[in-house]
Ligand binder design. Structure first.
Ligand code: UDP
Length: 238
């Protein structure tokens, strides 16, 4: 496979074309941003840890019957993925109240959310990813009714699989963000699942081991990501 020009460069990943129109290369970079890009930084090995965490979790989900865009690793930070048409909805799954939920609604940080809450945001930098509902998604033509139902069902299944895997590694999953794509008429999981897109809390101490360390200057970001990689990725070289 031959890596070609960059198709898109986001805040933490760059996507490249390849000589195969069905395949893309997704590179996990060391850069990170928060608060709509207002806070920026670089963290050594962040791309590596996030790529390996994503790889491991995509593989786990595939083994449990979830279709993902993941193919293989080209290098420590580059993932070969299926080209998909991204659904412009960010799906947030919440198991424990944290972050914006406790600022905009009367939830207390750490409060268990049972059943989990699924939130849809319109994926748009221009509009600042506003929360939407099914009617808005339909009106904007973001997905069909059947696709929305499928996305919801898959998100809940992914949530259950991840919660169980992480609990065995002494990690809580308060919330995370998923993105889906269309491939050959089917909805598949795309993007990444990493310390940039999930909240991970140590089950014993409640310590944040995710991007909140960067957002709220809670300590050593690389040490937190390394700790998650150590627990999640079997045999990883740290
Ligand atoms: N999230 C993300 N990308 C986004 C927005 C949210 O990965 O553009 C993740 C975030 O890391 C957290 C969860 O989704 O794990 C819930 O985030 P929310 O939008 O509520 O932001 P908060 O204000 O809670 O950080």
């Amino acid at each position: 496979m031959i890596k070609q020009e960059a198709l898109y460069s986001g805040k933490a990943k760059t996507v490249y074309k390849t000589d195969d129109p069905e395949k893309l290369i997704m590179e996990f970079r060391n850069s990170l941003t928060a608060f709509d890009g207002k806070k920026k930084s670089e963290a050594p090995k962040k791309g590596y840890y996030n790529a390996r965490i994503s790889q491991t979790l995509f593989k786990l989900l595939e083994e449990n019957g979830i279709k993902t865009h993941f193919n293989s690793m080209l290098s420590d930070t580059e993932m070969v993925v299926d080209a998909v048409e991204i659904v412009k909805i960010e799906v947030i799954v919440r198991n424990i109240a944290a972050g914006s939920l406790t600022k905009k609604y009367p939830f207390k940080t750490g409060e268990k959310l049972d059943p989990p809450i699924i939130i849809f945001d319109y994926k748009s930098d221009e509009f600042g990813d506003p929360m939407i509902n099914d009617d808005m998604a339909l009106a904007m033509g973001l997905a069909t009714k059947a696709e929305l139902a499928e996305i919801r069902k898959l998100s809940l299944k992914i949530n259950s699989i991840l919660i169980e895997y992480l609990a065995e590694r002494n990690l809580l999953l308060p919330d995370f963000k998923l993105e889906f794509g269309r491939r050959k008429g089917k909805i598949v999981l795309a993007d990444e699942i990493s310390c940039d897109t999930c909240r991970f809390w140590d089950m014993t101490t409640g310590e944040s081991l995710d991007k909140d360390v960067f957002r709220f200057d809670k300590g050593d970001l690389v040490a937190a990501y390394r700790e998650v990689a150590k627990r999640i990725v079997p045999g990883i070289k740290l």
